[in-house]
Ligand binder design. Structure first.
Ligand code: COA
Length: 169
């Protein structure tokens, strides 16, 4: 078996699932001490890239981030946990899901803050796109995400086609 065959062997979702933790510091917040949305978007991008890089074992670039809702306010001093996993691989791109939680150990509470789907593309040092090994969903939850990711890709593609179509004025 060649090195290329080995590097394209399918890998289970669990192999690249990642977790990132951030304490919210004053520099991450607005004057009301609430976490800046843009800072959270940056952390989501980084957490997503972690799983994408681990799965593909290549450099990755962010091609798109789907719609984002901020469901729960996060304050200075809070602990933010971001969990990411590869939902599905297409050819040179893959969808990664990131779920964000805020944990407060003093109050023993945890709240869902945000969820996002990102598409990463694997590239070499010159920016050329590279094929990515398939991902194997094992649990029922991973299988559901795999199926849903296929539907979301179709939606993204039709939306991209719509945007690219020339407009008649
Ligand atoms: C992402 C990028 C590599 C795609 O390049 P491209 O020339 O459009 O490539 P293609 O049309 O051949 O698409 C390559 C793959 O990316 C996917 N893709 C491209 N644009 C996409 C988008 N907006 N959303 C989701 N997937 C996208 C395609 O579906 C294809 O996937 P597949 O190989 O798994 O079927 C290119 O647009 C790029 O380099 N963008 C800048 C990335 C960057 O710098 N990100 C950081 C944020 S500034």
């Amino acid at each position: 078996m060649t090195d290329n065959d080995l590097s394209m062997m399918p890998r289970p979702v669990s192999d690249s699932q990642s977790e990132m933790a951030q304490i919210v510091l004053p520099n991450d917040a607005n004057p009301l001490q609430a976490l800046l949305g843009g800072r959270l978007m940056h952390w989501i991008d980084m957490a997503g890239a972690l799983a994408a890089h681990r799965h593909s074992r290549h450099y990755v670039v962010t091609a798109s981030i789907d719609h984002l809702d901020f469901l729960f306010p996060v304050r200075v001093g809070d602990l933010v946990i971001l969990r990411s996993s590869v939902n599905r691989v297409f050819r040179t791109s893959m969808e990664v899901g990131v779920k964000v939680w805020v944990e407060n150990y003093l109050e023993d509470s945890s709240h869902h803050v945000s969820s996002a789907y990102l598409t990463f593309v694997a590239v070499d040092r010159e920016g050329r796109r590279l094929p990515i090994p398939a991902v194997i969903p094992e649990t029922d939850e991973q299988k559901r995400r795999y199926e849903d990711a296929g539907r979301r890709r179709e939606n993204r593609r039709s939306e991209m086609d719509r945007r690219r179509r020339p407009r008649l004025h």
